[in-house]
Design a protein around this ligand. Structure first.
Ligand SMILES: Nc1ncnc2c1ncn2[C@@H]1O[C@H](COP(=O)(O)OP(=O)(O)O)[C@@H](O)[C@H]1O
Ligand SMILES: [Mg+2]
Length: 271
């Protein structure tokens, strides 16, 4: 029997509804899992065969502390995903180095391209935090300048309205094996809330989406227990990466009956 930590955060509202299904599937696979808070100083991380980062959803404001924690844990036991992956993946400037097509992105508040509608977001973000959508280039520039002034890297993109028609597609891989895919809810439409982030519909990905997702995986040399590749399409129909989630992705486990077992199998293989 292996023992693994399921790393979560101080979650008073029980937002992480994937924890129990994941731990149940681990048990079936011969892995005793235990939820631990990443910032709990009392945890003996070295007592685990592996420490699995999951719902650390408060790391944004404490990124340095979180990354220091990850590096420390990795000196005592196996960390999944590895700390080097977490370090790169928590700043979306990684998108520039993937070597695959991404959403057209202007990385500064100056000389914005002329687009019909803009999305402006910080490079370190999650859950569409501090992200705006606007048709006004002045407002886009001001928001980008506000991000830059607070020491953050702004990302300015064209608004891709296919997120409302075809929709963004998330592909889930466990230990690099495809598990399932979902169609996401458009987050910058009026009235969307945090809860809409975890609302989706099952989807069968197209061959060009699988091909792109696998190129992204091939660009990451480290072991990857979980990977969520989020794709959209440009107006010409070609698929591009909007985000690669290798840190604390919601895994949409409830949208595929085999998904929890696929996660457990991936973990078992990596132990
Ligand atoms: N360029 C864009 N065009 C249309 N929708 C976007 C665009 N960028 C972000 N969004 C919407 O905002 C959501 C969050 O943006 P994303 O880049 O995935 O950052 P994060 O999830 O880390 O906050 C996306 O899932 C999508 O619904
Ligand atoms: Mg996203």
């Amino acid at each position: 029997m292996f023992t693994c930590a399921y790393v979560t955060f101080d979650d008073p509202d029980q937002n992480d509804d994937e924890r129990e299904p994941a731990l149940a599937a681990w048990r079936e696979a011969g892995i005793a899992g235990r939820a631990e808070r990443w910032d709990d100083p009392g945890v003996r991380w070295q007592s685990y065969d592996a420490v699995v980062v999951r719902s650390v959803w408060d790391y944004l404001a404490r990124r340095d502390e979180f990354l220091a924690w990850a590096r420390h844990v990795e000196t005592t036991t196996r960390l999944l995903n590895p700390s080097g992956v977490l370090e790169r993946n928590t700043d979306k400037t990684y998108l520039r180095e993937l070597g695959v097509p991404i959403v057209p992105t202007h990385w500064s508040a100056h000389d914005l391209p002329a687009w019909d509608e803009y999305v402006v977001k910080p490079a370190v973000s999650a859950g569409a935090r501090d992200t705006i959508r606007t048709t006004d280039p002045g407002r886009a520039r001001d928001h980008a300048a506000w991000l830059a002034d607070s020491g953050r890297t702004p990302m300015v993109q064209p608004y891709l309205d296919m997120v409302e028609s075809e929709g963004e597609t998330s592909l889930l891989y466990f230990n690099r094996r495809f598990s399932h895919a979902v169609r996401r809810t458009p987050m910058l439409s009026p009235g969307m809330t945090g809860a809409d982030h975890v609302r989706a519909r099952p989807r069968t990905p197209d061959p060009d989406q699988i091909e792109l997702a696998e190129k992204v995986l091939a660009a990451v040399p480290e072991p990857l227990l979980y990977a969520r590749i989020d794709l959209v399409r440009l107006p010409d129909g070609s698929p591009v990466v909007i985000e690669v989630e290798l840190t604390e992705p919601y895994l949409f486990l409830r949208y595929d009956p085999g998904a929890p077992a696929a996660l457990a199998r991936g973990l078992r293989e990596l132990l």
